[in-house]
Design a protein around this ligand. Structure first.
Ligand code: MF3
Ligand code: CO
Ligand code: CO
Length: 263
């Protein structure tokens, strides 16, 4: 396995891409309302990414595996029991009580910024609120493990420990990933694991952390569209994602939003 360490020039480009991806999540929040279709959210994000930010939406026409049809939209919208990679559609209208993950990846100057957050449509159930909060804490606890000399298993362990302490489960079939000039690069960042195990983390690595945490069992299934991943038991799932640079001092969150800066 070859894990690239980024040059100063590449890091500057990743910072730009990361900031722009974060801006999309900030922009779209006010449009996540009852009666809105996920297709309408996709169009708003697409137009903003292309026209206002002069970026390329990385998901559009993206395919990772042979035989997998290209992803037909510019963002992923994953509602309630959808774990990840939900395809925006005019057939999905948001309603009060829904929780939705919007996952944005932009390419600027050849480099990627990848980030997602959960949105509430009106007031969700107490369970949904707790799941979304714990999942964001899992992301932050994972990020806190990031420093040179630590191991990838430290990240996974911190996430798994916090999820399971709250009687939630960690999805294992999908993981974080190296990112840079490629969308999905080495290494894989598992959201479960054991301390001290796995690749040693080095300054200059760039990767995502994007835990998917389920309210019920951890098992998932792929829908016939070859993209949409749902929980097998149809219970709720949540996800948050950031793109991270490893520095000598720890993690620099390249996709940080203004709302996170005080925290
Ligand atoms: N943004 C997702 C991730 O975090 C990947 C989506 S691939 C797509 O890795 F094709 F569905 F967009
Ligand atoms: Co990602
Ligand atoms: Co993503």
């Amino acid at each position: 396995m070859t894990v690239r360490l980024r040059t100063r020039d590449e890091i500057e480009k990743m910072r730009t891409a990361g900031r722009l991806a974060a801006q999309v999540l900030e922009m779209i929040g006010e449009y996540v309302n009852p009666g809105v279709t996920t297709e309408q959210l996709d169009k708003r994000c697409h137009d903003f990414i292309v026209n206002d930010l002069a970026c390329i939406p990385a998901p559009l026409n993206y395919s990772n595996a042979p035989g997998q049809p290209p992803f037909p939209k510019s963002i992923c919208t994953s509602v309630n029991h959808v774990v990840c990679h939900g395809i925006p559609t005019e057939r999905k209208t948001l309603k009060l009580g829904d929780v939705v993950n919007i996952d944005v990846t932009v390419i600027k100057d050849g480099f990627h910024g990848d980030t997602s957050k959960m949105y509430f449509v009106g007031q969700p159930s107490v369970l949904a609120q707790r799941l979304v909060k714990v999942t964001q804490e899992c992301l932050y606890r994972g990020i806190r493990q990031v420093h040179p000399g630590a191991h990838l298993g430290d990240i996974g362990h911190a996430i798994q420990q916090h999820a399971e302490a709250n009687r939630f489960t960690v999805v294992r079939e999908f993981c974080g990933h190296g990112i840079g000039d490629r969308f999905h690069d080495e290494p894989q960042i598992l959201h479960y694991g054991r301390p001290g195990v796995g690749l040693e983390i080095q300054s200059g690595m760039t990767f995502t952390i994007e835990p998917m945490i389920n309210a019920g069992k951890r098992h998932v299934k792929l829908l016939p569209d070859h993209w949409t991943v749902v929980t097998k038991d149809h219970k709720l799932s949540a996800q948050w994602e950031h793109t991270i640079l490893v520095t000598d001092r720890g993690a620099e969150v390249m996709t940080l939003r203004d709302e996170e800066k005080e925290a």
